[in-house]
Design a protein around this ligand. Structure first.
Ligand code: AMP
Length: 116
């Protein structure tokens, strides 16, 4: 499985950097964002090092679907019945700051549109 030794999310997936983990399976894990932008702010990441959505190939489709499915399951587990927002920032203009694919799961307040 692809691992990048200078990637903070690879280190979280490997357990060498601590995180408040909410969910984990063989393909992905979900943990609380260290700088939350909403009362609930989780990151769902693949264990495999993928830089961003722009770097995904057709063979990554099942993994991408799994990340979204896990986000949906977490919304049920955490009883986010009033709604939530799932976001993938990609690249500089997308606001991506950590170059390891992740889905933000944000909830607990009303989100605005358009996003900043
Ligand atoms: P993005 O800006 O879309 O790349 O999102 C990266 C997110 O990772 C930001 O919301 C950061 O607050 C979060 N983050 C960075 N380092 C950590 C960490 N060690 N543990 C948890 N979240 C982190």
């Amino acid at each position: 499985m692809a691992f990048s030794s200078d990637c903070i999310f690879c280190k979280i997936a490997a357990g060498t950097i601590p995180a408040r983990t909410e969910y984990a399976d063989e393909l992905c894990l979900a943990f609380h964002d260290v700088n939350p932008q909403a009362p609930t702010h989780l990151l769902v990441i693949p264990r495999q090092h993928l830089v961003s959505l722009a770097h995904c190939a057709p063979q990554d489709a099942a993994l991408l679907g799994h990340l979204l499915q896990v986000a949906a399951e977490l919304s049920k587990k955490l009883e986010l019945s009033n709604g939530f927002r799932a976001v993938l920032n990609s690249g500089a203009d997308g606001g991506q700051t950590v170059d390891h694919l992740h889905v933000h799961l944000l909830a607990g307040r009303t989100m605005h549109w358009p996003p900043g």
